[in-house]
Design a protein around this ligand. Structure first.
Ligand SMILES: C[S@@+](CC[C@H](N)C(=O)[O-])C[C@H]1O[C@@H](n2cnc3c(N)ncnc32)[C@H](O)[C@@H]1O
Length: 268
């Protein structure tokens, strides 16, 4: 699928971004849901950085399985977290995954934004839940990215082209806003929405790498190959944006929401 080709081609840069993620910083609203002994499935786990933090909380009585359909992320994670005994990373696509067990909790962080069939993904996740299990999805509203001050004109044009490329490929740019309804439609109960937005301010650790993510996105040739922008312009976007991050950027907010729902099966 087109979207996976895109993620795979992010290669080393993506591996580094995923490795730097943690539960505390990058899926903080999930923490109160986690309990010792839980069996958790992390769908689209990347290199497993968030999964390994969850494994620590569920402890030896519980376990975490992380699946990802990009083999190099799984291979990298297996190597990095080989000592985490209750974490298992598997190269698998959600839609083909047929585990023997059912899960107390299934999570998907920043994954459904890449799928052309997110509702089918929720249905598949629901089929893997225990009767008392729940699903928790963290995802973006890319239409509500806020830069302060505005970045160079070239980045503003690029970002519009990026959103158009995603939309034309069938991806939902504001999936965070639509997940509540989707969860209700697939029969999940007690659906809750939590604000999980990320705010980066100059002076904070990681400011440059977090705000600089758009320069990495512009580093991709796929958007050029598919005719959305011209290659010289793409190079200008990166140059202008990197300079802006160094000299002018004050803050950036990425709008994210966590949407949770419980399995609808009656257990009586
Ligand atoms: C943006 S990354 C998020 C990684 C991690 N969850 C995090 O928050 O850092 C999305 C991941 O979903 C994976 N992915 C996309 N579609 C998938 C599918 N159908 N089944 C399994 N993994 C998938 C991609 O390979 C990629 O590693």
């Amino acid at each position: 699928m087109k979207e996976n080709k895109y993620i795979e081609r992010q290669g080393k840069a993506a591996t580094k971004i995923f490795d730097n993620r943690s539960l505390e910083k990058d899926f903080r609203t999930l923490v109160p849901v986690l309990k010792e002994g839980m069996t958790v499935l992390d769908v689209g786990c990347g290199t497993g950085a968030i999964s390994k933090d969850i494994a620590k909380i569920v402890g030896k009585k519980g376990k975490v399985i992380g699946i990802d359909n990009t083999e190099k992320f799984i291979e990298s994670g297996k190597n990095t977290y080989k000592k985490v005994e209750n974490l298992m990373l598997i190269h698998a696509d959600l839609f083909d995954f047929e585990p023997k067990e059912k899960f107390d909790l299934i999570i998907g962080a920043r994954v459904l934004q890449w799928l052309t069939t997110p509702k089918e993904a929720l249905l598949k996740m629901k089929s893997l839940l225990k009767p008392t299990g729940q699903i928790s999805i963290l995802d973006y509203n890319h239409e509500k990215l806020i830069w302060h001050p505005l970045p160079p004109k070239s980045m503003q044009i690029f970002y519009k082209a990026f959103l158009k490329w995603r939309k034309d490929a069938g991806m939902n740019n504001k999936i965070a806003e639509d997940l509540q309804e989707m969860m209700n439609e697939v029969g999940l109960r007690s659906v809750e929405v939590l604000d999980s937005s990320e705010y980066y301010k100059r002076g904070e650790e990681n400011f440059h790498s977090k705000v600089g993510i758009w320069s990495k996105v512009a580093g991709l040739e796929q958007i050029v190959e598919e005719g959305y922008i011209d290659d010289n312009f793409r190079k200008k976007v990166i140059k202008d944006y990197d300079k802006w991050v160094e000299e002018q950027a004050i803050s950036m907010t990425m709008t994210l929401k966590e949407i949770r729902g419980k399995n609808g099966i009656n257990v009586q």
